[in-house]
Design a protein around this ligand. Sequence first.
Ligand SMILES: NC(=O)c1ccc[n+]([C@@H]2O[C@H](COP(=O)([O-])OP(=O)(O)OC[C@H]3O[C@@H](n4cnc5c(N)ncnc54)[C@H](O)[C@@H]3O)[C@@H](O)[C@H]2O)c1
Length: 111
Amino acid sequence: MPPRLSRCVFLFMDLAIIGSGYVGLVTGACFADVGHNVICVDNDLQKIEALQAGKVPIYEPGLEEVIHRNVSAHRLRFTSSIREGVEKAQIIFIAVPTPQQPNGDVDLRFL
Ligand SMILES: NC(=O)c1ccc[n+]([C@@H]2O[C@H](COP(=O)([O-])OP(=O)(O)OC[C@H]3O[C@@H](n4cnc5c(N)ncnc54)[C@H](O)[C@@H]3O)[C@@H](O)[C@H]2O)c1
C-alpha cells in the first residue's frame, strides 16, 4: 500500500556541490529546482563569474532556464570559495574531474 500523503515530510536542505561542470552544475540546478538551497563551488574563477553574471558555460537542454529560475528564487548561487560553500552545507557533493591515468589508475589529484 502506498504511504499516506499526510505522513510524507518534505525536507529542504542546504547543499553544496564542489565542481560545477557537467555533473555538478546540472545536479545543483536540479536540486535547487525541487526546493533545496544549493551553492555550487568551482575553483575556475572565470566560470564562477560567468555563472554569477547569468551565463551558463555548458549546454544541456533546459539547463539555462532552470538555473535562472532558481537563482531568481535565491535557491541557487555560485562561489569560488570552498569555505563559503561548505560552511552551512548539510550535505556536500563532490563532482570534480577523476580522469583515468595511462596505467588505468584513477587520477585523484583534483580531490
Ligand atoms: N560527465 C559525465 O557524463 C560523467 C558521468 C559519470 C561520472 N562522471 C564523473 O563526474 C565527475 C565530474 O565530471 P564532469 O563531467 O562534471 O567534469 P567537468 O570537467 O565538466 O567539471 C568538473 C569541474 O570541477 C572543477 N574543479 C576541479 N577541481 C576542483 C576543485 N579542487 N575545487 C572545485 N572545483 C574543482 C573544474 O573547474 C570543473 O568546472 C568526474 O569524476 C567524472 O568522472 C561524469
